[in-house]
Design a protein around this ligand. Structure first.
Ligand SMILES: Cc1cc2nc3c(=O)[nH]c(=O)nc-3n(C[C@H](O)[C@H](O)[C@H](O)COP(=O)(O)O)c2cc1C
Length: 341
């Protein structure tokens, strides 16, 4: 019997397969389906502070617009509030999820100012979140602000949040740090109980007919797994906190690769959006089959077996691979009319 048990953020999990933040984790029935299909933990969609602020601003505007019109104008506020302000809706979703499913429910937060991060993190904890994932999704577009300053602000807010809540805090980062290794170690020092590598940014496009900037959401493909794979393998031996692999997990073999690189869990969103919630069961079956075929009895036996410091060729994860890969590609390419893939 294959032992899939692992631990994430100090919580024992029945398997390393976790449903990451996305549209399916916003809906209770879908959450239950994900758990039935084997999700060992779920991450709820992020509560975005700007969404809350937008909502509050919108309410203020409506209130101000009508305040002079008639005396009952104040009734607008409670009515709209009753429709569901984003915070109340989110907190209720945490409570309902905890009541409905019996795996850890990780709430996710994306703040915009330091006070907000701490305030909302406390609310998520009070609502019963098993853990909190901080979603550090920021586009560094201001040339006056250095990377060092942005990083130190992010580390400060992580320390603020971890100092204020009792539940474990994971930090979900993008791959766009000059020194990923340095930053994740700093997150650990700031009190993070885990790091999620990586979030995936949605990139705007230009519609050349309408000349508008349009959002485009494309789901990930399995090739994108290699970015978290490399970095997890490189940083694993520097960290004693949990590591989650995210982006490009579509099959059991992808989970196996992340575990070998040193991840404690593998998270997936795109694969279930593309194939349905039941796909998680196929991922688990494939993982078990692969482990049996390769004589692995447990996840703990696999974890980190291929991390950088455990491989005979650590440089394969670094620059040496660059030259080798380019020359292999070039020699395969010569004599062909089409580029090999
Ligand atoms: C439609 C959609 C909505 C998402 N919403 C969130 C979110 O609210 N918070 C978050 O941290 N990540 C969010 N993500 C990112 C995913 O959790 C995940 O990190 C990313 O899609 C990469 O994993 P994948 O390759 O399995 O899709 C979202 C992804 C998709 C596709």
């Amino acid at each position: 019997m294959t032992d899939l048990r692992t631990e994430y953020l100090g919580m024992p999990l029945r398997s390393p397969i976790v449903a990451s933040s996305g549209p399916f984790t916003r809906d209770l029935d879908r959450l239950a389906e994900l758990v039935d299909a084997g999700a060992a933990a779920v991450v709820l969609p992020s509560l975005f502070e700007e969404e809350i602020e937008h909502d509050a601003t919108e309410l203020d505007r409506l209130f101000a617009d009508h305040a002079d019109s008639f005396a009952e104008a104040t009734s607008f506020f409670p009515e709209l509030h009753g429709v569901g302000n984003p915070v109340d809706v989110y907190l209720s979703h945490i409570e309902a999820s905890r009541a409905r499913i019996d795996v850890p429910v990780i709430a996710s937060l994306n703040g915009t100012n330091p006070g907000g991060w701490v305030r909302y993190a406390r609310l998520l904890e009070d609502a019963g979140a098993s853990a909190i994932e901080l979603n550090l999704y920021a586009i560094a577009a201001d040339p006056a602000i250095s990377g060092a300053r942005l990083e130190s602000e992010q580390l400060e807010l992580v320390a603020d949040v971890t100092g204020e809540v009792q539940v474990p805090v994971a930090v979900k980062i993008s791959p766009f740090y000059t020194s990923v290794a340095n930053f994740v170690v700093a997150l650990q020092e700031a009190g993070a109980a885990g790091v999620v590598m990586f979030n995936r940014f949605y990139l705007p496009d230009i519609d050349i007919e309408t000349l508008e900037v349009v959002p485009r959401l494309a789901l990930s493909n399995p090739g994108e797994l290699r970015l978290p794979l490399r970095w997890i393998a490189i940083v694993r031996d520097q960290l004693h906190i949990s590591v989650a692999g995210s982006t490009g997990v579509h099959a059991g073999e992808d989970v196996a690769k992340l575990l070998l690189a040193g991840a404690d869990v593998a998270m997936t969103t795109s694969s279930v959006l593309r194939n349905g919630t039941g796909h998680l069961a196929r991922i688990e079956d494939d993982l078990v089959t692969w482990m049996a075929e390769h004589d692995y009895e447990s996840v703990s036996q696999m974890r980190g077996a291929m991390r950088r410091d455990a491989t005979p060729d650590p440089a394969a994860y670094e620059r040496a691979n660059y030259i080798g890969t380019l020359s292999t590609y070039t020699s395969r390419f010569l004599g062909r009319s089409e580029a090999p893939v």
